[in-house]
Design a protein around this ligand. Structure first.
Ligand code: GLN
Length: 216
């Protein structure tokens, strides 16, 4: 059995844990889910999801409770699967290009991330995205088609710092004609600007469990 932890210092960790539970329930994966607040809980995990929320708060709490260095060691371990959504993506990045003085990131994902790239909370939006170019389908589910993808004060990936390590998975087009990178993979680490845990759809979590955790 593999243990999937959800970092539970701040943010949308309950929603992630629920969607992982839904996948496990539906497909019978040999996986248990736990919330991670301490070093002991972290050390039991094979995978870690870092939720959206506020990256400055997540970083500060991690430093104050002595978890920061342990998290850094965990996310650098090639045997572990890691997924950061939104604030979690910012926390994983090597470089932050806006309000960077306010946050100390873990610095493992070789990208430069711009915080709040789409503006304020009121500029949050839902985009219909088709992830079939990278998301291997689950043979046992019938649901296909676009995914309602939630962006809340979302970051974008401004630059890939090491193209040999980091694969761009998904870009969105803006009305101004720009392509913005919103999902990347660096071997065992997944980073997304958006929040699949806030959609009523567990295909993204299911793919993470199959491709990163169980590796079936
Ligand atoms: N804007 C937040 C930050 O900078 C991230 C927002 C989110 O996780 N939805 O940390």
């Amino acid at each position: 059995t593999k243990v999937v932890g959800v970092l539970a210092l701040q943010g949308a960790f309950k929603e992630h844990a629920e969607l992982v539970e839904t996948c496990v329930h539906e497909h019978g994966y040999p996986i248990t889910v736990c919330e991670v607040k301490t070093r002991e809980e972290l050390e039991r995990c094979d995978a870690l999801i870092i939720p959206g929320g506020e990256s400055t708060a997540i970083s500060l709490i991690a430093q104050r409770c002595g978890l920061f260095e342990h998290l850094q060691k965990f996310v650098q371990d090639p045997a572990k699967a890691v997924w950061g959504t939104c604030a979690g993506l910012i926390f994983l990045a090597r470089e932050i290009t806006s309000d960077e003085k306010l946050i100390r990131p873990l610095g493992v994902l070789h990208v430069a991330v711009q915080r709040n790239a789409f503006g304020r909370q009121s500029h949050s939006f839902v985009a219909q995205c088709n992830f079939s170019s990278f998301m291997t389908p689950n043979k046992h589910t019938s649901k296909t088609g676009p995914f309602s993808t939630v962006f809340i004060r979302a970051p974008v990936i401004d630059r890939v710092l090491d193209p040999e390590k980091v694969q761009v998975l998904y870009e969105i087009d803006t009305p101004a004609g720009d392509n913005l990178v919103v999902a990347v993979r660096q071997s065992n680490i997944l980073g997304t600007s958006f929040h699949p845990e806030l959609a009523d759809d567990h295909r993204f979590h299911d793919w993470f469990l199959r491709d990163f955790v169980i590796k079936e």
